[in-house]
Design a protein around this ligand. Structure first.
Ligand SMILES: [Zn+2]
Length: 303
C-alpha cells in the first residue's frame, strides 16, 4: 500500500517536472533506464517460469517455492548473460538485486516491512540472496563487494557454494526434463499475448515491449526446451490495482501487468534521487554509477 502512495507522489512529481519543461517520461528514455526495466522484466518472467516448471513438471521442491523460483530466475539470467562483457551483464544483474533493495526501502512502516508469515522472503532477504548468487558467480569481478553493507563478509564466504548449488540444480533440471529443440513440433506450446493496453503509460510500455525481442525469445526457448502437458500462455494485461505478475495454475497462464514496468521505472527514479549511500561503495559506483546517477549525488547528504 505504501508503495502505491509513493508511486502516486512520484507520478505527481514527474507531472510537475513535465510542466516545468523537463522531458521526463514514465518509460525508458536512456539505455540505462531501458536496461533496468528489461532486466527486472526478465527476472520477473523467469521467476514465473520457475512456478510454471514446478507445477507443470511436478518438480520436487525442498525449501520455499518462492525462493526456488528466485534462484532459478537468477541462475538462468547469469548463464544467459555471462558471455557478454562485464560492463553489460554486471549492471544487468545488479539492477535486479537493486529493485528488491528499493522495494524494501519504500515500505512505510516496520509493520509493513516485516510480514513474517508471508510465503515470500522479505524484500531485503531477496536482495541479499540475489547479491550472493551474483557474487558467487563473479567473485573475480566483484571482490570488493565482500564485507560491505550489501554483502557482509559472513555471507560472502558461502556465496560460491550457493552459486554452484544453483548451477547444479539447473543442470539437473535440464538433464532430467529438458530436451533438444525441435522447433516446429512444439512451436505453439507457449504463446505470448498482449492485451490491448490502456492509453497513456501502459501504451508506452506496450510499445517498449514490442521494441524488444526478449519476451518472445524466452517464450520460444521455454517452448523448445520442455514438453508441457498443456499449452501455456503468457499474457501482458492492464491490472488497475497492484502492479503484479503471477502464475495461475488452473489456466496454465502467466499474467504480467503492464503496470509492473511502470513500477520498476518509479523505483529507478527513487534510486537516482536517493543513491548517496550506495554510491559511496566503490564497486557499486563502478558498475552502477550511471544507473544510480552517482555523479549527481556525489556531494549530496542523506541515505
Ligand atoms: Zn513467485
Amino acid at each position: 500500500m505504501g508503495v502505491f502512495f509513493i508511486r502516486v507522489a512520484l507520478v505527481l512529481a514527474l507531472s510537475f517536472s513535465l510542466q516545468a519543461g523537463e522531458a521526463v517520461s514514465p518509460v525508458a528514455k536512456t539505455k540505462w533506464e531501458r536496461d533496468f526495466l528489461l532486466a527486472n522484466l526478465e527476472f520477473t518472467l523467469l521467476h514465473e517460469f520457475g512456478h510454471l516448471l514446478i507445477e507443470e513438471l511436478k518438480l520436487p521442491v525442498l525449501g520455499m517455492e518462492e525462493d526456488a523460483a528466485d534462484r532459478l530466475a537468477m541462475i538462468v539470467m547469469m548463464t544467459e548473460h555471462e558471455k557478454k562483457s562485464s560492463a553489460d551483464f554486471i549492471p544487468w544483474l545488479l539492477s535486479v538485486a537493486g529493485r528488491w533493495y528499493i522495494a524494501w526501502e519504500l515500505k512505510d512502516s516496520p509493520e509493513e516491512k516485516v510480514v513474517y508469515w508471508d510465503n515470500h522472503n522479505l524484500e531485503i532477504q531477496r536482495f541479499h540472496n540475489i547479491v550472493c548468487l551474483v557474487f558467487g558467480g563473479n567473485a573475480d569481478l566483484l571482490e570488493e563487494m565482500s564485507d560491505t553493507e550489501f554483502l557482509p563478509f559472513e555471507r560472502s564466504v558461502n556465496c560460491d557454494y550457493e552459486y554452484k548449488q544453483a548451477l547444479h540444480a539447473l543442470a539437473w533440471l535440464q538433464s532430467h526434463y529438458g530436451q533438444q529443440p525441435a522447433v516446429g513440433l512444439r512451436a505453439n506450446a507457449v504463446k505470448v499475448i498482449y492485451k490491448n493496453p490502456r492509453e497513456g503509460e501502459n501504451r508506452a510500455i506496450y510499445d517498449l515491449l514490442q521494441s524488444s525481442p526478449m519476451v518472445g525469445k524466452w517464450a520460444q526457448r521455454l517452448s523448445d526446451s520442455f514438453k508441457f502437458p498443456r499449452p501455456i500462455r503468457i499474457e501482458f494485461d492492464n491490472c488497475y490495482a497492484q502492479p503484479n505478475a503471477f502464475w495461475h495454475a488452473p489456466t496454465a497462464s502467466i499474467t504480467i501487468c503492464y503496470e509492473i514496468l511502470g513500477h520498476f521505472m518509479t523505483m529507478l527514479e527513487y534510486r537516482r534521487q536517493h543513491s548517496t549511500k550506495a554510491c559511496r561503495i566503490p564497486i557499486l559506483r563502478k558498475h552502477m554509477g550511471e544507473v544510480m546517477n552517482c555523479s549527481q549525488t556525489a556531494g549530496r547528504a542523506g541515505p
